[in-house]
Design a protein around this ligand. Sequence first.
Ligand code: NI
Length: 155
Amino acid sequence: MAILNIVKTGDDILKKRSRPVEKIDERVLTLLDDMKETLAKANGAGLAAVQVGILKRVVIIDAGEGPIELINPEIISTEGSEELYEGCLSFPDVWVVKKRPIKVTGKALDRNGNEIYFENMTGIMAQAFCHETDHLNGKLLVDDIVRYVEKGELE
Ligand code: NI
């Protein structure tokens, strides 16, 4: 396993659309392992492969209960809307308020190629699922925000 370098804002790769994984080969499995280690080290809630410079639809989310590996994640449906504080490992020290759905149902493949469904996600899991899916579509933290968070507001 290896800790990968996280791409920061200003790098145009973050605006690119990631490609679906066609075959879960050794490279994808290594990427999952390295991303898990990188996310744990960075102490974040989620990491998309584009953030380590790889345009594949691969994501790790850790909403506080351990890392979840997601290959080709998709949002199936959403419900409601709320305003939430949000940050991103590619935007150090930037916090914004964004509108996110209250409930999210999604699906993805696991490392064995099995389709897994995530029904009625809420809280950080729902927010991270949306945030990381945005990354795969080249959407950034600072796109479509309600507002930037003032210094001191979160302290
Ligand atoms: Ni992010």
